[in-house]
Design a protein around this ligand. Structure first.
Ligand SMILES: Nc1ncnc2c1ncn2[C@@H]1O[C@H](COP(=O)(O)OP(=O)(O)OP(=O)(O)O)[C@@H](O)[C@H]1O
Length: 587
């Protein structure tokens, strides 16, 4: 399908939902425009009556009352068009933002690796803003400009003079063309201004987050000079916008002034000659003044629409993206998923043309077994976890859970079978209790306390003033690396899923706490299959099965004793870590 048609169709779909509001808004525009054209007629009539000496006080009061009524109708009409058209554009923006967020939530991990967070945020803010401008103020301006221009020209030509109209409006299209051209510059300068501000706020934000590093490396003066450059740049870009407006507004006044001068000169002469009445002359000058706005609006409109369409393309691109990890059409429904895992000849690369990061992996893990996965950094340990959870899809018939190919299991069912402690221990800016209960709705304090006690973090939590209700992150307390790890462990323990994966989950805790957590796993979590990914031998040495990865291959597997006897990579790593420990202890 033609992407442009497709793009338009989607937007029209959003707009159609509010067709009633649009119609009411359009009616309001028509009413306001038709009514306001009576103002010059009334002032013209008053002038004529004055000139011919027929104006009486009751007549004047009647005309004034008409003007008042027009004023009231215009005020109500302007409120209605803002409410129905601008309000509708806010609705459409909200709906599009909701659909965008739902889309983001549905996309797979590779999408987020390939797109920068800043860009994805900009689509949801700047781009949706530009689309809103198009479907709200853009629609209104276009309608208002067309209706007003047609009506005013009709009045000027039909009731006053064709010749006077054609000559007087000659300069006005210059405003339309000028605002179109200047609008392009304004857009560019606005973008530069926004980028300069974004850069400045990034810099300040990074400085605040990295203040400890800046102080430790005595880089305050350097950062201040960097800030001064960015601040000056932001000022310059703002001044570019100010200058453009400073040129534009007087130019508009000058050109419209030219039209008025022609109307005064030519219209004055026609009035003296009696070709038009004095009232017509007064009304005509007011019509010219009314025409200035639509001329500006034409230019603005074209810019708003072109900007909106560019943003719509970006939005559409994301909305058209398909998740690479989805449920198959024919799924295997299993009543009970055991925690057994098999991998058969698994070779995996993150991209089709990239080097494999896992090669010929064959592995069998029984339900309830504890498995340690050890290997140097970059050997593929986390990738194994990624494939089990289907954060990335493995090839067909390579990874099995409870005897079923993971690709044939419903994604939700599969992922609920894991309690996962990711390597980065991401926690949300929320209370500790909500973080621990993330996998569960309506978490009870007792449950959170049990999980936190098992993860050896309860004592830390109760030391905070707000206890389990303490807010973590920027708005609340800063946790140590070890505290974060243990809260992440508590979160994974709470779901009591058949399989637990702890990816480097105790690297930041001291050896005594590590021992306590490992004891807890052994004594209280024996019913769960446990996969412990680690660099430290101490974390995995008591596991039932230890798998040693090197450059994506399993080079050894067995328990601690057999691997020591093997005198392979595991034995070397044990010796190396013992040596490191001795050096640290002696030092
Ligand atoms: N999302 C990704 N896209 C492309 N390549 C990736 C991705 N994630 C990891 N890799 C690459 O795959 C290889 C294995 O990475 P992985 O994270 O599995 O190693 P690891 O053994 O867990 O390392 P560490 O112990 O440092 O955490 C590395 O070369 C890494 O650069």
């Amino acid at each position: 399908m033609d992407p442009v048609i497709n793009k338009g169709q989607r937007l029209i779909g959003y707009m159609k939902q509010y067709i009633g509001h649009y119609i009411l808004g359009i009616l309001a525009v028509v009413v306001v425009d038709v009514i306001q054209l009576n103002i010059p007629v009334i002032t013209g009539n008053i002038t004529n009556d004055l000139q011919f000496g027929v104006l009486t006080m009751p007549l004047l009061m009647r005309e004034l009352a008409k003007l008042m009524l027009i004023g009231i109708i215009i005020t109500i009409g302007r409120f209605a068009w803002r409410y129905y058209i601008f309000g509708t554009s806010r609705h459409i923006e909200k709906n599009m933002r909701r659909d965008y967020f739902v889309k983001l939530e549905s996309l797979s991990t590779d999408f987020f690796n390939e797109h920068k967070t800043g860009d994805l945020m900009a689509y949801a803010t700047n781009d949706l803003n530009a689309i809103r401008m198009m479907v709200g103020p853009g629609v209104l301006m276009a309608l208002d400009a067309v209706i007003l221009t047609v009506l005013v020209l009709y009045k000027m030509i039909g009731t006053i003079s064709l010749k006077l109209t054609l000559i007087s409006i000659l300069p006005l299209p210059v405003i339309a063309i000028g605002s179109l051209i200047l609008g392009k510059f304004i857009r560019k300068r606005f973008k530069d201004k926004q980028e300069a501000f974004a850069h400045l706020s990034d810099l300040v934000q990074e400085n605040i987050s990295g203040m400890r590093v800046i102080k430790a490396f005595v880089k305050e003066a350097y950062e201040i000079s960097k800030f001064n450059v960015a601040n000056q740049h932001n000022y310059d870009k703002n001044m570019h916008v100010v200058k453009l407006f400073a040129i534009m507004m007087p130019l508009v006044t000058l050109i419209s002034g030219l039209s008025i001068a022609i109307a005064l000169g030519l219209g004055g002469r026609m009035t003296i000659r009696g070709e038009i009445t004095l009232g017509d002359f007064v009304a005509f000058v007011q019509y010219i003044l009314i025409l200035v706005w639509p001329m500006m609006a034409f230019g603005w409109c074209i810019n708003i629409v072109s900007q909106g369409m560019a943003s719509l393309s970006r939005y559409e691109e994301i909305m058209a993206t398909k998740s690479t990890v989805v449920d198959k059409e024919a799924l295997v429904e299993v009543a009970h998923l055991s925690g057994s895992i098999q991998m058969k000849d698994l070779t995996f690369a993150y991209k089709a043309d990239a080097k494999p990061v896992l090669k010929d992996i064959s592995l069998s893990i029984e339900a309830g077994q504890s498995v340690g996965i050890l290997g140097r950094t970059g050997s593929g340990k986390t990738t194994l976890a990624n494939l089990l959870l289907r954060l990335f899809d493995p090839p067909e018939n390579t990874v099995f859970l409870g005897g079923v190919d993971v690709l044939n299991l419903p994604l939700e069912r599969l992922r609920r079978s894991f309690g996962y402690v990711p390597q980065d221990n991401f926690l949300f800016s929320d209370t500790i209790i909500n973080n621990i209960g993330f996998a569960k709705e309506d978490i009870q304090k007792e449950e959170a306390k049990d999980a936190a006690t098992q993860a050896c973090v309860h004592d830390n939590i109760v030391e905070f003033k707000e206890g389990y209700d303490t807010i973590i992150g920027e708005r609340g307390v800063t946790l140590s690396g070890g505290q974060k790890q243990r809260i992440s462990i508590a979160r994974a323990l709470l779901s009591d899923a058949p399989i637990l994966i702890l990816d480097d989950a105790v690297s930041a805790v001291d050896t005594k706490t590590e021992e306590a957590i490992l004891d807890m796993l052994k004594n209280q979590r024996g019913h769960q299959t446990q996969i412990l990914i680690a660099h430290r031998i101490s974390t995995i040495q008591h596991a039932d099965l230890i798998v040693v990865l090197d450059d994506g291959r399993i080079v050894e597997q067995g328990n601690h004793e057999t691997l020591i006897d093997n005198k392979g990579l595991y034995y070397e790593m044990v010796k190396q870590q013992q040596l490191e420990k001795e050096i640290i202890e002696e030092g």
